[in-house]
Design a protein around this ligand. Structure first.
Ligand SMILES: Cc1cc2nc3c(=O)[nH]c(=O)nc-3n(C[C@H](O)[C@H](O)[C@H](O)COP(=O)(O)O)c2cc1C
Length: 404
């Protein structure tokens, strides 16, 4: 029996492409997977080929594209739908049209892509994309719910301007988000305490409104929280990222907030069914008593006095039994003692301390230097990338949670 055209089956990822306008992003996805050292094997529907020629995918994936034509022409006992399914480790459908999702949910196999899906036994990821009304139609909602229930990872669609010119939720997850999902599926073996648990992470600096255009903010970039969310995601956790600084490329849901009050409300709602809360956001301690209407005029004014009041303490407002809570303490100087006192005062399970005056690390930077204070000890992580800090933080969270 002949083999499908792949040279590295253990690195092979099936990439199903369907007839959605977001298919242009699938070209970038396939390139990205190649950069990740993987071998994408593109399976195209007939509608997909009306948008992007197989030649493009063949060139970027460095492998022939499989389609209905190639399946019917295959000879010598090679059944493409079975062999391709056997040889790949992960299958991702991006873009996934309403039509193909419906066929997958119904178990139809009237083209090569859906036949491969039925024959495939590994992890499957779908990145839906469509007009918001198609996305919200009960048929689509039900199809996605059914696929998720059967273990398919359904990546959230993003809000924004859609190709049809309308606004709404229906944009395909970004290629970076899909690559992260593929990485997690390939790791596959995540069996630590975070697997299946819900982790709520906050990130970014809050903005407290002064008037219609001005706010009091801070320089937090949201990078540390994002790195923690990505790391927990890779270990199999269900993530909700509550942030003031949404960046593209998350394969998990993001709740966008602005002020400390918004953040407290979003966190309160998200932690109701969560196991872990990581408060990496830089939340304002004080906010204007009230936001003024319109724009405060500069004319005829030499000074401006704002009355600031204490904001809600988000950490204190979210204490509940069984919720493992992680706080962050950004202190000016090597104030480890203060951080230890803060851990006790806040009653958190873990506190991550960093010195904002240390050179080249902390707020806004890609690097950090932290000390993780837990109930059983302290771990110092010397200056390194925020991703490496996140690995250490999530290691400690898993140690604190113990066996599932
Ligand atoms: C210009 C254009 C854009 C389209 N975009 C989408 C889309 O984003 N999502 C979707 O579900 N269907 C979209 N469709 C409809 C699908 O192409 C159509 O349902 C097709 O039958 C899908 O076939 P497939 O799922 O086998 O690829 C679009 C159609 C056209 C003509």
């Amino acid at each position: 029996m002949s083999s499908p055209p792949v040279s590295r089956p253990e690195r092979t990822v099936l990439v199903g492409v369907t007839g959605g306008i977001a298919i242009y992003k699938a070209v970038e996805l396939v390139r990205g997977l190649v950069k990740d050292g993987l071998q994408p094997l593109v399976v195209s529907t007939a509608a997909a080929q009306r948008f992007v020629m197989p030649l493009t995918f063949a060139a970027v994936s460095q492998a022939p594209v499989l389609d209905d034509e190639s399946a019917w022409q295959a000879s010598g006992g090679w059944f493409q739908h079975i062999e391709a399914a056997r040889q790949a480790r992960v299958m991702v459908v991006a873009p996934a049209t309403a039509n193909t999702l419906a066929k997958m949910a119904a178990g139809m196999a009237d083209n090569l892509l859906t036949a491969i899906y039925l024959a495939f036994r590994g992890p499957v990821i779908v990145a839906p994309t469509m007009n918001w009304a198609m996305n919200e139609h009960p048929a689509t909602v039900e199809n996605l719910r059914l696929l998720a229930k059967r273990g398919v990872e359904v990546l959230p669609t993003e809000e924004g301007e859609l190709a049809c010119g309308e606004e709404g939720s229906g944009r395909m997850a970004s290629p970076d988000a899909i690559r992260l999902a593929v990485r997690r599926a390939l790791a596959g073996t995540a069996s630590g305490p975070l697997r299946g648990r819900k982790v709520v992470v906050t990130s970014g600096g809050t903005r407290e409104r002064i008037d219609a255009v001005r706010f009091i903010g801070n320089r937090s970039s949201g990078k540390m929280g994002r790195a923690v969310a990505d790391e927990a995601y890779l270990r199999g956790a269900r993530i909700a990222l509550v942030t003031t600084r949404p960046a593209e490329g998350t394969p998990y849901p993001v709740v966008r907030v602005e002020s400390a009050e918004d953040m407290a409300a979003a966190v309160r709602s998200e932690v109701s069914d969560a196991d872990v809360l990581v408060m990496a956001a830089a939340v304002a301690d004080f906010a204007p008593r009230e936001a003024r209407e319109g724009k405060i005029e500069r004319a005829a004014r030499d000074t401006l006095t704002l009355e600031l009041v204490r904001t809600v303490d988000v950490l204190a407002a979210t204490a509940k039994p069984g919720l493992f809570r992680v706080g962050f303490a950004a202190e000016a100087g090597p104030q480890l003692q203060r951080a230890r006192a803060k851990k006790a005062a806040k009653g958190v399970d873990m506190l991550v301390f960093n010195d904002i005056l240390a050179e080249g690390v902390g707020i806004g930077s890609d690097e950090n230097e932290i000390t993780i204070i837990t109930a059983t000890g302290e771990t110092h992580v010397p200056r390194t990338s925020k991703a490496a800090c996140a690995t250490a933080i999530v290691d400690e969270i898993e140690a604190g949670l113990g066996a599932p």
